[in-house]
Ligand binder design. Structure first.
Ligand SMILES: NC(=O)c1ccc[n+]([C@@H]2O[C@H](COP(=O)([O-])OP(=O)(O)OC[C@H]3O[C@@H](n4cnc5c(N)ncnc54)[C@H](OP(=O)(O)O)[C@@H]3O)[C@@H](O)[C@H]2O)c1
Length: 315
């Protein structure tokens, strides 16, 4: 009698657990449809945020794609990067393709706090609706932390470029957004900031910072009409990733950015496009962090990452 009661109880518990798991997957699916399928018909009108968009690292890859796409969607664009010729080339391209205005700021974000007064001055009188904190660097040669070539310089430059730039650019642009009760800040984090990634430890950690800062800031300033969106791409074909051929897993920067911009207003944390969201979902399902952290997986993961960075020579 006692045994059958216990059986019944376990049976109910099993059903409950199964229902929870099924409902969780259905919920994830519905959220995916909301974030990636609904925007095919209904998109947030970005123009409501203001007249100008500011993009850091705007001359190549994902940053250039954001600059061009925002210009196509009606924004004048401030382009910020290191190389003047590239800045002028992108400004011309935007002018020709979209007839929107551009402004150029030449800055090297590996510098410290001393570089920001120049940026602040150049942005002073603009009605900035969107800030895209895109600039970022990885290693010239990836490897275990102590094996990073020129480690002292790399630590300083990577922290300045990936972390300090986002925080300072936000400090410069946010006050006017709060005054006007509207604004959108997009921060380019990375899927490398979702779970520990051996061989690119410091890069991944800077991306975790970006993601956490974005999520907290989104909560702090939501009531002021500000959206802070954290974007966590998997592989996008750019100079940083040595321009691999685009395929079902690897996106071109133009395709990636078009899809990522469509998710604004639907989610404040996104892998950016449907393909990358599916990749994240499958990785999570097959290799949750507890499994990843097991000794055998750490060993296999370490070897796989070494091989990958050797093949791709991540920049
Ligand atoms: N590509 C991917 O698969 C991928 C995946 C996840 C996350 N992300 C993130 O997405 C962002 C863009 O990556 P990406 O692949 O498009 O990079 P990218 O192709 O290497 O382009 C980097 C851009 O930033 C500028 N830049 C680089 N260092 C700079 C510095 N010190 N100061 C000022 N500008 C600088 C470059 O122009 P100049 O050289 O002229 O300055 C260029 O316009 C990064 O934050 C990256 O971490 C990329």
């Amino acid at each position: 009698m006692e045994d059958s009661k216990c059986h019944q109880w376990l049976h109910q518990l099993g059903l409950l657990a199964l229902s929870y798991l099924v409902l969780k997957q259905v919920w994830i699916l519905l959220v995916g449809v909301k974030n990636h399928i609904l925007p095919l018909w209904w998109r947030t009108d970005l123009k409501k945020y203001g007249g100008w968009a500011v993009v850091t690292g705007a001359t190549d890859g994902i940053g250039k794609a954001y600059a061009l796409e925002l210009a196509r969607r009606g924004f004048d664009v401030v382009l910020i990067s290191r190389t003047m010729e590239k800045l002028q080339k992108v400004a011309n391209e935007i002018g020709k393709q979209t007839q929107r205005k551009t402004k150029i700021i030449q800055v090297d974000f590996t510098g410290g706090p001393e570089i920001y007064p120049k940026v602040e001055k150049a942005l002073k009188d603009l009605d900035i609706g969107i800030l895209v904190n895109n600039v970022g660097m990885s290693y010239s040669e990836a490897g275990r932390f102590l094996e990073i070539p020129g480690i002292n310089k790399t630590i300083e430059e990577m922290m300045n470029c990936n972390v300090l730039s986002m925080v300072h650019m936000t400090r410069i642009v946010l006050p006017r957004m709060v005054e006007r009760k509207k604004g959108l800040i997009i921060n380019l984090s990375s899927a490398a900031g979702v779970r520990p990634y051996p061989m690119v430890a410091m890069y991944g950690a800077t991306k975790v910072f970006m993601d956490f800062f974005s999520r907290s800031l989104n909560s702090e300033y939501g009531r002021d009409g500000i959206i802070v969106q954290s974007v966590l791409p998997h592989l996008v074909s750019t100079n940083m990733t040595r321009n691999p051929a685009a395929n079902i897993l690897v996106k071109t920067s133009d395709d990636f950015v078009r899809e990522a911009l469509n998710t604004v207003g639907y989610t404040h944390r996104t892998f950016g496009c449907l393909s990358h969201s599916i990749q994240a979902y499958i990785l999570d399902l097959l290799l949750p962090e507890t499994v990843m952290n097991s000794r055998i997986c750490r060993f296999i993961g370490g070897c796989a990452m070494s091989l990958l960075v050797k093949i791709m020579k991540v920049d």
